[in-house]
Design a protein around this ligand. Structure first.
Ligand SMILES: [Zn+2]
Length: 166
């Protein structure tokens, strides 16, 4: 059975376990259209600003009690140049897992949290088989870290209502 819930926001039933997230890092949105065109490179999986800020995309996985599949935030992680090089090396190898992990900070301001998720320290674990990397919380007491131990379906419904309707 796919996840479904009656939305507190619009009173409709929403179905499915979609992954939610913005198509660009927060830092990209803070630039004007002209600046984006001249100073940034953006693809589905990575973003570079001014050739000195580096962002990669991964899945912040949150298990949901009683559900077979987890909920995923699709997040952007800002990392340093060396880590970004490791990321680029991933395109050269089939065994991306052998590259291990890279450290960075969330550059996605996710809805549904009392405190901003910008800057939360995370670790990005490369995956094989063309899968998006898995993002795990680092050493932080931000509530999104504890959510990686699992959330209730009620909390997921709350996240969905906020993410779908603002
Ligand atoms: Zn709704």
């Amino acid at each position: 059975m796919a996840f479904s819930f009656r939305c507190a926001s619009c009173d409709e039933v929403h179905y499915g376990m979609p992954a939610l997230g913005a198509p660009a890092p927060d830092a990209w949105y803070s630039l004007s259209e002209h600046e984006r065109a001249s100073r940034t490179e953006l693809s589905d999986e990575e973003c570079v600003i001014d050739e000195r800020r580096f962002f990669v995309r991964g899945l912040y996985v949150i298990p949901v009690t009683g559900e077979g599949e987890p909920f995923c935030w699709i997040v952007w992680v800002e990392c340093d140049r060396d880590a970004f090089r490791t990321w680029l090396d991933g395109y050269e190898t089939d065994d991306r897992e052998s590259l291990g992990s890279l450290s960075g900070r969330l550059n996605s301001d996710l809805p549904g949290y009392a405190a901003s998720t910008l800057g939360v320290p995370v670790t990005v674990w490369m995956q094989n088989g063309g899968q998006r990397p898995i993002v795990l919380a680092g050493d932080t007491d931000h509530p999104i870290a504890a959510e990686q131990n699992g959330i209730s379906a009620t909390r997921l419904a709350e996240i969905y209502a906020v993410a779908l309707h603002g």
